[in-house]
Ligand binder design. Sequence first.
Ligand code: PAF
Length: 287
Amino acid sequence: MEVYTMVSSYQNRLTTIKDQDKSIAFVPTMGALHSGHLELMKTARGKADLVVASIFVNPTQFNEESDLVNYPKPLDHDIHLLENNQVDILFLPTTTEVYPPGIDLSMQLNFGNLTTVMEGEHRPGHFEGVVMVVHRLLDIIQPDYLIMGQKDLQQMTIIQSMIQQLDLSVALVGHSIVREASGLARSSRNTRISDELRPTAPILYKTLQWASESKPRLSPEEITTTAMQRLKEAGFVPEYFTIADADSLMPIQHWRETDKPVACVAAWLGDVRLIDNMRLYEARVDA
Ligand code: PAF
């Protein structure tokens, strides 16, 4: 695996990639890789000639300093995993490479409510940071495909909107949520859940499942209220449990044929913040 820490050295390499007319599938990460990321790498492998992954713990998307400080950074292990999972190139920049002094990263974008609901409401500034870094990374890496996980559904929707608004020539490919046998969605933050609270963690998924099963009998509001209660009783401190439309991300009040309801949740378990979601509609096979 080739490793580039500088933008200029990656871009020298990019010249040969483009000369050889090779396609690139790009998987941006913040490291602390788990099997969910490896599934993204596998999808990338099937899409393009070259797989480029990045590891960059982006400071601009952390709205809490303690989350940034506590974010796991097992770099040697990550590099080993990428090498063993057929990643061709790792981009491993420093903060100054991504954000050199004087660089103008301002963009005139309008995300409407996409950035103000759910994660946007509870993590002020988070999506501005995500949009900034993904745009910068796309500009550096120049991929044909961008591969992202659907656990961060809102992030994907916002990045898709950014791609459309800026008319970027990259195709966003979403990968379904990868779960542990218990149902808990794979996340880099899972390693921070204490042994004591570990058995509680899958209740997040079970509550989403309950919401899905309850759709024929209960209104979105009844599901939301009961789900919040269930999470609290189980020992979570939930921030939100929302049934939102997959495209607009706006909360759904009534079941309607035209909506694509997705149950989305964020909850604290001890000092670890977990998010998850589950589609409550049948996906069409034409996507
Ligand atoms: O999903 C993540 O890990 C991050 O938000 C991303 C897309 C790598 C940007 O830092």
